[in-house]
Design a protein. Structure first.
Length: 468
């Protein structure tokens, strides 16, 4: 036989049934309280409870499976579906289970609306499936929800096309983070990501400028003994003549890191906004917080801290929770990609070293890695052919370590960048708000290396002439 299901009709039937159950519930409450009623049939509280339970069962066991099956089968969005089969509820449930498994095995494509994704999620949840069975849909739902808020087209976010092609995408991500913080002041990770993002973006937009940096750096550090420098000096020549394919590798890796952060962070923030810790727990059960229990627990506990602090006003706990989200980003989300760049022959080590040399977090009061590290000092005889003790001490203001290494990167964040951000939040919240409301493109342009490099270069080497 041919079975036809009308989605609007089934929705209407469920709505009416819910309304009837609500009326019966109110009548039962009046009956339990002994409130007089003009309808004797509505005075037996036990009978009312049985009727409500029967109606609820009809919704759960009959109407809802029919509606769920209709939604899954309506791939053309006509609102009506027909199929050949039996209409008995066991057959409907079997067909529903088979169709659901089929759709979860091939998750919806990018560009599917969050509304459609949510319908599929709700069907999977009603079916009692383990979250691992619908993990791909769950992640895509929250990321899509964030992208819709931000105005990001996920279908065109192809980092292999280069920075110019996806500049709108990453600009919108930083605007999204800013709005998260402005709307939810407890989302301090988002505020920091919005503030520091333009300096990150300026770096991968200026990737070709690293050739100029390599040439200038080789000239500037020429008098400095190679053995004193904490990077392979011979790679500077390689870097200055780097081909387009090699430059693209570094830029694409950076762009992918930025995208990966958005996928992970927006997923968690949208999940929490929609359903609090219950939704974060669902992400954990789905394996979306990490398959390593330590990684998953670390993220979940961060949200527990944020949630508790939101209720209690505990600023220290709030900062700790947001710091743990930052740790997750640096240690779990992008650490491997940093190492991939560092290990990329023949220029990876010096390229990532220079990222730390010129990288300036776009947070007022923060410093570069070279400014935080103690300078490298050595003594020279400035007049070796002249008898006497005339000499000089040279200070080289460059990092002693590589920003691609997690310990170096986290040390800079923990000791300088994060304290500067928290100090700004505490002592100048108006400035934070002004920065978050500033146009992202303007802030990226302010951080471009072509604007900052001459001053950085001038500050690299200081020579003090003195007697020794």
């Amino acid at each position: 036989m041919t079975v036809t299901l009308e989605i609007a009709g089934l929705r209407s039937a469920i709505t009416k049934l819910d309304a009837l159950v609500s009326v019966i519930g109110s009548a039962r409450n009046r009956a339990l309280l002994g409130t007089p009623t003009s309808l004797p049939s509505l005075t037996d509280s036990s009978a009312l409870a049985r009727k409500a339970a029967w109606l609820t069962d009809q919704k759960t066991e009959v109407l809802q499976p029919l509606l769920d099956l209709a939604i899954l089968l309506d791939d053309t969005h006509t609102g009506s579906v027909s199929f050949v089969g039996s209409s008995d509820i066991d057959s409907i449930n079997a067909k529903l289970a088979a169709e659901l498994a089929k759709q979860l095995a091939t998750p919806p494509v990018l560009g599917t609306s969050s509304e459609e994704l949510n319908e599929l999620l709700e069907i999977a949840r009603r079916a009692g499936l383990d979250p691992t069975a619908y993990a791909d849909v769950l992640q895509l739902y929250y990321v899509t929800k964030a992208a819709e808020k931000a105005g990001i087209d996920l279908t065109t976010w192809d980092v292999s096309l280069g920075a110019e092609a996806v500049s709108e995408h990453y600009e919108l991500t930083y605007a999204y983070y800013a709005q998260l913080m402005l709307d939810n002041p407890n989302f301090r990770w988002a505020g920091m990501a919005a503030m520091i993002g333009p300096s990150f973006a300026a770096g991968f937009e200026d990737i070709e400028f690293f050739q100029t940096i390599a040439r200038d750096l080789a000239d500037k550090l020429g008098p400095v003994p190679d053995w004193l420098l904490p990077f392979p000096v011979n790679q500077l020549d390689e870097l200055s003549d780097l081909g387009a394919d090699e430059l693209q590798f570094y830029q694409t890796t950076f762009l992918q890191m930025q995208k990966d952060i958005f996928y992970d962070a927006s997923m968690m923030h949208e999940a929490y906004l929609e359903g609090g810790l219950g939704n974060i727990e669902e992400l954990r059960r789905a394996g979306l917080l990490g398959t390593d229990p330590r990684q998953a627990d670390q993220a979940y506990n961060a949200w527990v801290d944020i949630n508790t602090a939101s209720r209690t006003g505990d600023t220290e706990l709030l900062n700790h929770g947001n710091e743990q989200l930052l740790y997750r980003e640096q240690y779990y989300t992008i650490a491997d990609q940093y190492q991939d760049m560092k290990n990329h022959d023949p220029t990876g080590e010096v390229m990532t070293y220079m990222m730390g040399l010129v990288g300036q977090p776009s947070i007022p009061g923060s410093h570069t890695l070279g400014e935080v590290d103690d300078p490298i000092k050595f003594q020279v005889d400035t007049m070796p052919l002249v008898p006497g003790v005339q000499g000089g001490e040279v200070s080289v203001n460059i990092p002693r370590s590589n920003i691609a290494d997690f310990d170096t990167r986290w040390g800079l964040i923990e000791d300088d960048t994060l304290p500067a951000y928290l100090d700004l939040l505490k002592n100048d919240p108006d400035q934070v708000e002004d920065i978050l409301n500033q146009d992202v493109r303007e802030r990226i342009d302010e951080m471009r290396l072509s604007e900052r490099w001459p001053d950085i270069l001038d500050s690299l080497v200081d020579t003090d002439v003195r007697l020794w």
